[in-house]
Design a binder for this molecule. Structure first.
Ligand code: GDP
Ligand code: K
Ligand code: MG
Length: 283
């Protein structure tokens, strides 16, 4: 019997816990993440002849390690390497959800999207072209209504299938930053490639991006993994950061974030069919 480890991610209130409860029923283990008072929920499910171990990660809007929830969620994905990550997306708030979704894609973990709250999206008159979204982002997409259990079988089937095939998101489907940033990423990526072997645990493009953003946790991890080589990488990253700051008059992490939002806005334009959109929010 095959063991498959599944992690649920998503923005707060996207329906993660609702879906987790539906999937695992009473077979749940509740505790805390090591060292922090953030709740950890795990559950075991037998399905499609597989043993599924499902973990409900803390809700976050991003994987930029600013909050303890973001750090816990990102560390889990980096260290535990789940076979598949299910990102629970609030389909009635697609644009907001895509920032995290896109960061998961950059991390190069295996990810599928649950477009949850499909009922609310429909009630608000949002029509989402799921096939297009899936094609543009290179990620399987399944509609769900978590509190009614709708779509969850389909979701689990897609998760189990994804976990068992060797796919990754093509580079052409990832965010392309502006030329000067791409040049810096390429330079740093080459430097990383020169100093790392086949057992280097992280995606190299992603690592280059994190160093350009001066991500403290990733700097520490590289220091532990690579020693002297990591100091050379930090120096290279420092030079490139200075060059980009000169060019953009802004720190690279700000520019990169802006460009990610630009990429997402472009995706939204292509997948939202909003001619029937009407406001139902009461203010
Ligand atoms: P979490 O913060 O991501 O764990 O979100 P929860 O699972 O706590 O869900 C937040 C709220 O959304 C709860 O009141 C759920 O009952 C509700 N909810 C979850 N999924 C759906 C859905 O597909 N449609 C609707 N209308 N409500 C949902
Ligand atoms: K909640
Ligand atoms: Mg929750």
């Amino acid at each position: 019997e095959k063991n498959i480890r599944i992690a649920l991610t998503g923005n707060p209130n996207s329906g993660k816990t609702t879906i987790f409860n539906h999937l695992t029923g009473t077979r749940q283990k509740v505790g805390n993440w090591p060292g922090v008072t953030v709740e950890k929920k795990e559950g075991d499910v037998e399905k499609f002849g597989c043993h599924l171990k499902i973990v409900d990660l803390p809700g976050t809007y991003s994987l930029t390690p600013f909050s303890i929830e973001e750090i816990v969620a990102r560390n889990y994905i980096l260290d535990e390497n789940p076979d598949v990550v299910i990102d629970i997306i609030d389909a009635s708030n697609l644009e907001r959800s895509l920032y995290l979704a896109n960061q998961l894609r950059e991390l190069n973990c295996k990810v599928i999207f649950a477009l949850n709250m499909a009922d609310l999206a429909l009630a608000r008159g949002y029509k989402i072209d799921a096939a297009k979204l899936s094609e543009l982002l290179g990620v399987p997409v399944v509609f769900t209504v978590g509190n009614k259990g709708q779509g969850l079988d389909d979701l689990m089937k897609t998760a189990v299938e994804s976990a068992q095939i060797d796919v990754c998101i093509p580079e052409t489907r990832k965010v392309r930053y502006s030329n000067d940033i791409e040049k810096a990423i390429a330079e740093l990526r080459t430097a990383i490639e020169e100093r790392t072997g086949p057992d280097f645990p992280y995606d190299r493009r992603w690592t280059a991006v994190k160093l350009l953003e001066d991500d403290t946790i990733i700097r520490q991890r590289l220091d532990e993994l690579l020693g002297q080589d990591s100091r050379e990488l930090m120096e290279a990253a420092g030079r490139l950061r200075a060059r980009l700051t000169d060019l953009f008059h802004e720190e690279p992490e700000i520019v990169l974030t802006d460009e990610r939002y630009g990429f997402i806005a472009g995706i939204i334009k292509e997948v939202m069919i909003s001619s029937t959109r009407r406001r139902v929010d009461v203010s």
